[in-house]
Design a protein. Structure first.
Length: 235
């Protein structure tokens, strides 16, 4: 992926297609309870373990996973393969010089979207965006339309309802805890115990998410205490 295209994708995911304030979010209660543990990692070691570095660079240092962008044309990508469908994922993160990172759920066997992207949460200092990649910006036809100025307006129409943006004020070098719930066609995001975002969009219901990865732009984002559960019906 060239640098121009990477910049385009980053700008889209950080653009305010829609937004909520914390006082008026219309977010439902928990979508799921935590069931069987599918994956957990506290990084208390020196090697990457099951994490695969798709685009440099990631490393484990001082008990945390560190992502640092080593290429000019794409953020660093560190992936772990965990077959899942409905899920709850939690992790701690710290923006230690990075302006943004993404959490992306993929199905490499699905050919209808760019790189098999299904869903994502894009985190930056000023906003957090929930996105349906399968039926949104990464859907193959929309992906191509967005790159064509003559079809950009038509693409924007197709993207209505495929993302939700929440304004926020995150601090550098501070640890936060995030939880992501995906159940059927719904996604809910919790930050430090507060429900901040909700999206209902058809692509989220894709039955197979075979991996999840972090994409890090800039100097460094640190991650710790990553855990994924199979979603069970909420009480």
């Amino acid at each position: 992926m060239n640098s121009r295209l990477n910049f385009f994708i980053l700008c889209f995911f950080l653009s305010p297609l829609s937004s909520n304030t914390h006082a008026d979010k219309g977010i439902p209660k928990a979508l799921a309870a935590k069931g069987e543990v599918l994956f957990e990692d506290d990084f208390e070691r020196s090697d990457l373990g099951g994490w695969k570095v798709i685009i440099p660079g990631f490393k484990v240092k001082d008990g945390v996973l560190v992502g640092t962008q080593d290429r000019d044309n794409h953020g660093a990508v560190g992936r772990v393969y965990v077959p899942m469908s409905d899920l709850v994922m939690s992790f701690r993160f710290r923006l230690a010089g990075s302006p943004t990172f993404n959490v992306v759920f993929d199905d490499k066997n699905f050919k209808g979207s760019h790189a098999g992207h299904i869903a994502r949460v894009a985190i930056s200092m000023k906003q957090i965006r929930l996105g349906d990649d399968k039926e949104g910006i990464m859907r193959n036809d929309i992906f191509e339309m967005k790159r064509d100025p003559a079809r950009k307006a038509a693409a924007e129409k197709l993207l209505e309802g495929r993302g939700e943006t929440i304004k926020c004020e995150l601090e550098s070098n501070r640890w936060y805890e995030m939880q992501i719930e995906i159940v059927g066609d719904e996604m809910r995001v919790v930050l430090d115990g507060e429900a901040i975002g909700f999206l209902k969009s058809p692509g989220l219901a894709h039955s197979t998410k075979e991996s999840v990865h972090f994409t890090v732009n800039g100097t460094a984002t640190q991650f710790d205490e990553v855990k994924i559960w199979r979603a069970e019906p909420a009480n």
